[in-house]
Ligand binder design. Sequence first.
Ligand SMILES: C[S@@+](CC[C@H](N)C(=O)[O-])C[C@H]1O[C@@H](n2cnc3c(N)ncnc32)[C@H](O)[C@@H]1O
Length: 312
Amino acid sequence: MEFEHIPVLLDKVLECLTLRKNALIVDGTLGLGGYSEAFLKKDPSWRVVGIDRDAKARELSCKRLSVFGERFAALAGDYRDMKTLCAQAGIEQADAVVLDLGVSNMQLVDGERGFSFREDGPLDMRMNQSAGTSAAELVNTLSRDELTAIFRKYGEERFAWSIAGAIVNARAASPVKTTHELVELIRQGIPAPAMRKMNGHPARKVFQALRIAVNDELGALEQGMKEAFSLLAQEGRLIIVTYHSLEDRLVKYQFREWSEQGLGTLEPRKAEVPGEEEIERNPKSRSARLRGFFKKDLPDSAKGRMGPWRRV
Ligand SMILES: C[S@@+](CC[C@H](N)C(=O)[O-])C[C@H]1O[C@@H](n2cnc3c(N)ncnc32)[C@H](O)[C@@H]1O
């Protein structure tokens, strides 16, 4: 199967990457290597280390980036452990860390991975398929209250309680095994009038919620930002592209806290979003937001002042 992933907000990411010669960039969410390839092309003196917890993504991007020889290396693991992973590869500091959150197109279109409500397949959703708990295990073992909490917290799903009820009733007869079985139960849990008025696919929010829970995406982001900060050299840059408000809020507040502590500045000052042309070319970019932090010890006199974050 051929996979294509159109990198999101790539021009803006590249604009933010004003780095020294021989800079080392950690691409913490390597995916199919779209960003990494652009970094390696932007400056022939830069090196890139890509991290991904998905074995297939590493395999495909390593093939694609092999033309860059020793300027590129891939590491297996979770970006939340990037300091340890980099130390094991002999890297103590990075000039930039870039995170492009969420799933790649490759994961979405491959029905066998279970991320997509459009493709039928096993209800898996694990980015790292050799560890962790699958979506099917969550759906078949958590209580109605626990499922409701996940659907509300990570999917902001209005009908969380009744969808969880439909799941719990159905699994009493036989376990929910596939994405399309789950889609059918979600449809049953949404009242008909709401279903008629709905914009977009009725399963979108529950699938997002389960994916976030299965991969502990928000936990990884919280920990990963701290790891990234400590891995960054002075005058290093952290750039994060998010795809929903839960992620964006975490990034915004973390950057604001560092800025108040005088650990650096917000660069760019406000979140960047895709323009109309990019959204038309790649509708999946619609919800993307880019935020950046420039690590630089500020003088004591500047610490604790209201920063430019007020305007974000
Ligand atoms: C949106 S894609 C990145 C696409 C990439 N920027 C490109 O241009 O090809 C996100 C990738 O990050 C990986 N990923 C998500 N969370 C991760 C984590 N905590 N640790 C490591 N990889 C992660 C996913 O497996 C996926 O391959």
